[in-house]
Design a protein around this ligand. Structure first.
Ligand SMILES: C[S@@+](CC[C@H](N)C(=O)[O-])C[C@H]1O[C@@H](n2cnc3c(N)ncnc32)[C@H](O)[C@@H]1O
Length: 229
């Protein structure tokens, strides 16, 4: 994995060992996903982690590819979230040749990207965006949810008295949250792409706040595809 040491491998091995779900292990927003993604195309869930969202997508899409750079994540996904419509593959989205082979195998695809791009080092994001474009081809649609700049203040407040256990596991693996904007993503995709939907969102978590309710990290969603004449 070239995304900043092997922090994700460390994290997913620890998660597989202790069995507790990751901080972001919540249901997919299927109402939105089924509305914006072309149901006739496969979906590649890039950075699928333990497969929670990929397996939910499989209830609506005939072919889902759950792809993650971490072999431990893919092993966990295969064991805990099997589904006849899902194929899990170890794939570093920064591996251009492997991404091209996946596109050759499955053709143009929708890309689901939740909480992944903010984890990619800024200098590697253009290469990551090129991989997304390759998977989309001419016909695919990208749906993405990423942490918004206001997430920084939210994390600061959340960790003020010490991080909640699920966040502690993330931090102790060496993972640090990053932030992005929809404009950043559109700039990475390039001028041939249009945003067809987007807006404020939250990334819900598994952590229950002292006053009740789940911690929900400020985020944004974006749906984009190639401009059509
Ligand atoms: C915060 S987790 C999100 C997991 C999943 N998308 C979800 O929402 O439940 C980020 C995931 O991205 C994966 N990842 C990071 N860099 C990657 C890369 N270059 N290629 C593929 N996966 C990557 C990590 O291994 C991790 O599983």
């Amino acid at each position: 994995m070239r995304t900043g040491a092997d922090v994700w491998e460390v994290f997913w091995r620890a998660t597989a060992r202790d069995g507790r779900p990751p901080l972001w292990d919540v249901p997919a927003d299927l109402a939105r996903l089924t509305e914006v993604l072309d149901g006739s195309l496969p979906v590649v869930d890039v950075g699928c982690g333990n497969g929670t969202q990929a397996v939910q997508l499989a209830a609506h899409f005939e072919r889902v590819i759950g792809a993650d750079a971490s072999a431990a994540a893919i092993d966990l996904a295969r064991r805990t979230h099997p589904h006849p419509n899902v194929t899990y593959v170890v794939l570093d989205a920064l591996d251009t040749a492997a991404v091209a082979r996946l596109h050759d195998r499955c053709g143009d695809a929708n890309v689901h990207l939740r909480g992944v791009l903010h984890q990619v080092a800024p200098d590697l994001r253009p290469a990551f965006a090129a991989a997304v474009r390759r998977l989309l081809g001419e016909r695919g649609t990208l749906h993405l949810v990423e942490l918004a700049p206001t997430a920084e203040a939210y994390f600061a407040a959340l960790t003020a008295g010490g991080p909640p256990p699920a966040l502690s596991r993330v931090l102790s693996a060496g993972i640090r949250p990053g932030v992005l904007t929809a404009e950043d993503v559109m700039a990475l995709l390039g001028p041939r792409y249009v945003a067809v939907a987007g807006g404020h969102d939250v990334l819900p978590t598994t952590h229950t706040l002292p006053g009740g309710g789940r911690a929900s990290i400020p985020a944004f969603h974006l749906t984009a595809r190639l401009a059509r004449d």
